[in-house]
Design a binder for this molecule. Structure first.
Ligand SMILES: Cc1ncc(COP(=O)(O)O)c(C=O)c1O
Length: 363
């Protein structure tokens, strides 16, 4: 391995975090959300690590689900956006995948398949209700018709499930979550079927959202789903630690400008460290000067612009630093939430942005 940049993935921490979800909502079945390459942590390694404790998995595409089946994952797998084209349905059936149905065009496709009697085995459907996010799902007043059509469709395993997704559950002060929970509880009164509402924030913070099936995502990767917290506040453990090394230590003079555009100027004679990681690895290019970086466990500030393969740090607080010293960009010792906050983004995006050239090391 020529470059030191790597993402260490702690599978014990991952399992611990799933246990936190189980403990927070012991009645529910847990379907870990492992879309987008398990939030950048590696789809198959994450699925395999969780397979004994997970009741199912949730992904965003047929391709992800097929990879899981090919790796021997036997649990239910739900496609969170369902299918995009009717021709996916036969494969969905072949691989025994569950689908979210959120749009009338999907109902049409299922009914057409039923008419052709092309479906050998009915497919498990999760009917998605839009309780206020206004992204995917049937509006509350359209749900009874969608439900009736699914209930009458021979291509659908009966009864369908009901699901919704919370838009603002990361914020305890946002009243819309309570409203979404009420709407979901009111949908199809008297209908006996399994329901799913809680994401990580719902599991850890909104008891009213607990139902038959939970869909934990970000909490599994060690990040608090709530604003102004870190995973440690919820006894979650970081799973990804993005590491590299110092590849140069330069003695600069007062007035020396560091990096592209010369945006950061040394206020005095000082040591500047160059870290072997950059936006080509997924470190955010827009992270401003001052974003914390750990060198040998000591927090030092990023300085200058992040370049493709490198970034610079102010080593005035660490006079003994030298080439080869270990650097942590986020993870163990430096919460991803802290770096994300400094860079004006979320840990979700940091994780998903780590590029393919960064080797994942599983421990
Ligand atoms: C439908 C759905 N359910 C659950 C999740 C998991 O959410 P979180 O990562 O906030 O737990 C997501 C994530 O985007 C989602 O889209």
């Amino acid at each position: 391995m020529s470059r030191a940049a790597c993402a260490v993935i702690d599978l014990h921490a991952l399992r611990h975090n799933l246990q936190r979800a189980c403990a927070a909502d012991p009645e529910a079945r847990q379907f870990p959300v492992i879309k987008a390459d398990a939030y950048g942590h590696g789809l198959l390694s994450v699925a395999q690590a969780l397979t004994t404790d997970a009741d199912g998995f949730a992904v965003a595409s047929l391709e992800e689900a097929v990879l899981l089946r090919a790796a021997g994952i036997g649990q239910p797998i739900v496609l969170l956006e369902g299918f995009f084209h009717a021709d996916e349905l036969l494969e969905i059936q072949q691989y025994q995948l569950d689908i979210v149905v959120h749009h009338a065009a999907q109902l049409d496709a299922l009914e057409s398949l039923a008419r052709q009697q092309a479906m050998v085995k009915p497919v498990n459907v999760w009917l998605k209700v839009d309780t206020g996010m206004h992204r995917l799902g049937f509006a509350m007043d359209a749900v009874p018709t969608a439900w009736a059509r699914l209930s009458a469709c021979a291509a659908v395993q009966q009864p369908p499930r009901l699901m919704t997704h919370l838009a603002c559950a990361d914020d305890f002060h946002n009243v819309s979550t309570r409203q979404q929970i009420e709407f979901f509880n009111d949908v199809l009164p008297g209908v006996q079927t399994e329901r799913s509402m809680a994401n990580s924030a719902g599991i850890l913070g909104w008891l009213g959202s607990h139902a038959d099936i939970d869909r934990p995502g970000i909490m599994l990767y060690g990040v608090s789903p709530f604003l102004n917290e870190t995973g440690a506040d919820r006894r979650l453990r970081p799973v990804m630690t993005l590491r590299s090394e110092l590849i140069a230590v330069n003695e600069c003079q007062a007035g020396d400008a560091v990096g592209y555009g010369g945006t950061w100027v040394c206020p005095e004679a000082m040591s500047v460290g160059v870290v072997g990681i950059g936006y080509g690895d997924g470190y955010p290019r827009h992270a401003p000067a001052g974003t914390p970086v750990l060198v040998q466990g000591v927090e030092v500030p990023l300085i200058g612009r992040v370049s493709m393969d490198m970034l610079s740090v102010d080593l005035r607080g660490l006079p003994a630093a030298g080439v080869g010293d270990a650097v942590v960009l986020w993870g163990e010792g430096l919460p991803a939430e802290t770096v994300a906050h400094a860079a004006g983004t979320l840990a979700y995006e940091l994780f998903c942005s780590v590029t393919a050239r960064v080797p994942r090391q599983y421990v």
